[in-house]
Write a protein that binds this ligand. Structure first.
Ligand code: BEZ
Length: 388
């Protein structure tokens, strides 16, 4: 081929590539929401979506200069369907970013799919330690917590209170196991002893036999992880069994978050640890709560905050790369140095991309999880196994 012909082809190709990438960025950003919309975690999934969309609305419906098109999958909090479900978003819909999910087991399948396809993933709840541990990576972020964090903070609180003997009770899956592990790490370091770890299969709510066992073991206190519909039932059953008066119940704050209306007096006075609460006084929380109540006629909870902050993280990263999701390293650099102005209070992300944040000590008072102190200041997950 003649040199002039080759030069002409090269010039045409350059023009096409340039206009192709300009098109890619002016096209709508495809956001895949993989959340539970049915089952025991349905309310959590809805709150996350509400929070995410609230932030987007505040930005005029755009992120990184791009309009957004949503693709939704109900993951049902079912790990056995997770790989197929995330495949629908990654392969069929070819989303630019995955937002999900609530359940730790499902989130691990999402993290694997995100790694394999190099898709951006922001986890707006699931605390699976592995996501920001061995599975960490430049395209994986979490706007919520690691399961270790609230558990570890509560172990310290209970040990400092002089509690010596505890029993733990939770669902038998990654979130429950890791929450209890975090609790035991600090509780035993502080001189406490765990008499027994009790579990029920997820999402089961047959608690009676285990409550009878707790009564027989007579610990000084109980530490628990349950959330959503299961948390409502557990707190009511614990009270109805007459245990609330004799054996104080403590937990990771999910046990009373977004659940107080349904738990009623059974939850009154319970002490929990979490990175959000109902009586914070920072200006961001004030404006967030007003806007959320106006938009949804509902009070926000921790899940709504995590959804809102997932959208904030996406916005910070995409602004830095002018909407070009392929620039993973530049996206990561911008997010890693950001202070995220969250309703929970400002936080930053660790190298492993998990929030470094205050874990509050809260007490249920009426329909609120009142913040009564800080259980652990600027607590960073140890990110065990993260090589990035
Ligand atoms: C989890 O599976 O990681 C989880 C679910 C609900 C609340 C908190 C954690």
């Amino acid at each position: 081929m003649k040199r002039t012909t080759l030069t002409a082809i090269a010039a045409t190709t350059t023009v096409l590539l340039a206009s192709g990438s300009a098109f890619a960025q002016s096209a709508k950003l495809k956001v895949g929401l993989m959340l539970p919309y049915t089952g025991t975690y349905a309310a959590l999934g809805n709150a996350i979506e509400n929070g995410f969309k609230l932030h987007l609305a505040e930005q005029g419906g755009k992120v990184g200069g791009r309009e957004v098109e949503f693709f939704k999958v109900d993951d049902e909090s079912d790990p056995s369907k997770a790989t197929e479900n995330v495949g629908k978003l990654v392969k069929r819909d070819q989303v630019d970013v995955l937002i999900g999910t609530v359940h730790s087991g499902v989130a691990m399948a999402m993290a694997k799919a995100a790694k394999d396809s190099n898709t951006l993933l922001i986890v707006p709840n699931a605390g699976a330690d592995a996501v920001t541990g061995p599975m960490c990576g430049p395209n994986i972020y979490r706007s919520s917590f690691s399961n270790w964090q609230p558990g570890y903070a509560m172990g310290e609180v209970m040990a400092k209170k002089g509690i010596k003997k505890a029993v733990t009770i939770t669902w038998k899956y990654a979130a429950g196991d890791e929450s209890v592990k975090g609790f035991k790490e600090s509780f035993t370091k502080g001189g406490g002893e765990v008499l027994k770890d009790l579990t029920v299969p997820f999402p089961g709510v047959e608690f009676q036999a285990l409550l009878t066992e707790i009564a027989a073991l007579k610990p000084d206190a109980v530490y628990t992880f349950f959330a959503g519909g299961g948390a409502v039932k557990f707190v009511k059953d614990y009270d109805a069994a007459g245990l609330k008066k004799s054996i104080p119940l403590y937990g990771a704050g999910f046990i009373t978050d977004g659940t107080l209306e349904a738990q009623g007096a059974s939850a009154e006075g319970l002490l929990t640890s979490l990175h959000y609460g109902d009586s914070l006084t920072n200006p961001k929380d004030k404006s967030f709560r007003l806007a959320y109540a106006k938009a949804y006629k509902l009070q926000p909870d921790v899940y709504a905050v995590q959804g809102y902050d997932a959208a904030q993280i996406l916005g910070i990263g995409l602004a830095a790369v002018k909407g070009d999701v392929s620039k993973k390293a530049e996206f990561a650099a911008a997010v890693e140095k950001a202070k995220i102005d969250s309703p929970r209070g400002p936080f930053s992300l660790s190298k492993a991309h998990n929030p470094v944040q205050d874990i509050y000590l809260r007490q249920v008072s009426g329909k609120e999880n009142k913040v009564i102190g800080i259980a652990s200041k600027s607590l960073a997950d140890p990110a065990r196994g993260c090589k990035s």
